[in-house]
Ligand binder design. Structure first.
Ligand SMILES: C[S@@+](CC[C@H](N)C(=O)[O-])C[C@H]1O[C@@H](n2cnc3c(N)ncnc32)[C@H](O)[C@@H]1O
Length: 479
């Protein structure tokens, strides 16, 4: 964020000090300047909506964002796939995953070795892998058991000779497979929907062989491998993220595709293991839990840094995209129940929503004029995110930072100002703004586009598409 802009906004000179109200500008720090702007407004935790409106805080937040210029140093546009998929990061595809370099830069700036880092929406574990490399203990949480499986595999360095031996033994068993092999094939209409009988039987055999391995961490490594090739072995339209069948598709041979995947993972594992061994960080603790971001098993006031990228509103991708693994691993029998666990789905109950943000209330009212259901979905999303922020505040140490990577989007022609709303909610919960970084998402990392009518992710070629988030923000707040 531009310091000059902030100064203009506050109407104060560079070295202004006022001890009574604790407003202070120290040199050119954007941190103190931003805090100063908002400190002039009385604290409003537990105050009425009227008080909020009077304070004009939402206008100030909006202008703060409007004046924030793109900081190109955060685009990492020079990074290649090799850089972003280094060590274990390339094990498994995952939608909207972090560039690892964002995490390491934030961790480097805001923590020291030994400090605890948390990711409440851990996804495929990028934050945890980077934390381990940097010698910071970490905890990740995700509601998606597939994300947790991938994370477990990615954060566990395995002695290279050990995994080679395990793979050798596994291959010996898999090579006994023939058309006549007797295999217990799962009976599930969704598995039949996605897989032809031939691939289904071969996959069932691979799963059975892996499940017979003794050690859990070795099983997880191979389960993660098979999980990442399920799409290739199914009739899921390969280039689509949407669950679409392609009856023309010739699915890949499961055993051979699995071998290729495991070899790639073994190379990543060796590099990870060596890197940690060299730095003497093989034993840095890293833990992942399959739970809701609103109930994180971490003590109060114990966390130095939270780095996270939350789900987006009305996006079902995680449940839909990972249904193949969820079905084979028997994480769910019922896809619609699976979806309801995710924040940002269209499911909502009738409980009273606490948005804790005037901006969110305004967005809800605008949407209400267009579509009542969408308005309630978005309100539910903001209310649930506010609950996550309450949990984040509980865990953070005093002076601990939270870094939230989020973009804005639009639904039914209404701008959904996620970033601005999150800042307002966090501020209302007592956190201070440290910095707001606007970064450009290089096109290869662009998550997707949204269909203007449905709000769901769409193919680039679809009509009605609007760019979803070509830029995004990193919101840095402090307890
Ligand atoms: C944008 S992704 C995070 C990606 C992550 N930064 C990475 O690098 O892989 C958002 C994640 O939030 C998770 N999620 C959605 N609802 C959740 C909830 N109620 N509690 C915890 N995680 C949730 C999704 O499963 C998804 O993995």
């Amino acid at each position: 964020m531009n310091t000059k802009t902030l100064r203009k906004l506050s109407g104060k000179s560079k070295n202004y000090r006022k001890s009574k109200t604790k407003i202070s500008f120290v040199k050119d720090s954007p941190v103190t300047t931003t805090i100063a702007i908002l400190k002039k407004i009385p604290k409003i935790v537990d105050v009425s909506v009227d008080d909020l409106i009077k304070s004009n805080r939402n206008d100030k937040i909006i202008s703060l964002f409007n004046k924030t210029k793109i900081d190109y140093s955060w685009s990492f546009s020079g990074k290649t796939r090799k850089d972003t998929a280094y060590i274990t990061h390339g094990y498994h595809r995952y939608p909207a995953k972090f560039i690892p370099q964002i995490v390491s830069r934030l961790a480097d700036k805001y923590t020291s070795e030994g400090d605890l880092i948390i990711d409440p929406f851990g996804g495929c574990g990028t934050t945890l892998v980077e934390s381990k490399v940097m010698g910071r203990p970490s905890i990740g949480v995700d509601i998606n058991p597939v994300a947790v499986l991938i994370t477990k595999a990615k954060i566990t360095p395995i002695e290279p000779a050990k995994i080679e031996k395990e793979f050798f033994e596994l291959k010996k068993k898999l090579e006994t497979y023939s058309e006549n092999t007797k295999v217990k094939i799962p009976e599930h209409e969704r598995i039949d929907y996605w897989f032809r009988p031939q691939e289904k039987k071969e996959l069932a055999f691979i799963f059975a062989v892996i499940s017979n391995l003794k050690e859990e961490y070795i099983r997880n490594f191979f389960y993660c491998g098979i999980s990442n090739v399920l799409k290739n072995c199914s009739i899921w339209l390969q280039k689509s993220n949407k669950p679409t069948r392609d009856f023309e598709k010739k699915p890949s041979d499961p055993i051979q595709t699995f071998y290729k995947q495991v070899k790639m993972m073994m190379r990543g594992n060796s590099r990870f293991y060596e890197l940690l061994r060299e730095k003497n960080r093989l034993k840095i603790p890293s833990q992942v839990y399959c739970t809701d971001a609103r109930t994180i098993p971490v003590k109060d006031n114990s966390v130095s840094l939270i780095v996270t990228s939350p789900p987006y509103v009305t996006s079902y991708e995680y449940a839909d995209l990972h249904q193949l693994t969820a079905l084979w691993m028997e994480y769910t029998k019922n896809l619609s129940d699976f979806r309801k666990r995710f924040i940002g789905t269209s499911y909502h109950d009738k409980k009273r929503l606490v948005l804790n943000s005037i901006l969110a209330e305004n967005i809800r009212s605008e949407l209400f004029k267009k579509n009542k259901k969408t308005a309630e979905e978005v309100a539910t999303y903001f209310s649930e995110m506010n609950q996550v922020f309450v949990e984040m505040r509980r865990m953070l140490k005093k002076g601990g930072k939270t870094c939230i990577v989020i973009g804005n989007t639009s639904l039914k022609g209404v701008e959904i100002l996620n970033a601005e709303v999150f800042v307002e909610q966090l501020y209302n919960l007592g956190l201070k703004i440290v910095d707001i970084i606007k970064r450009e998402i290089p096109s290869k990392n662009l998550p997707s586009v949204r269909d203007e009518k449905t709000g769901k992710f769409a193919k680039i070629s679809d009509k009605n598409k609007v760019s979803a988030y070509p830029t995004e923000y990193i919101l840095i707040m402090e307890k």
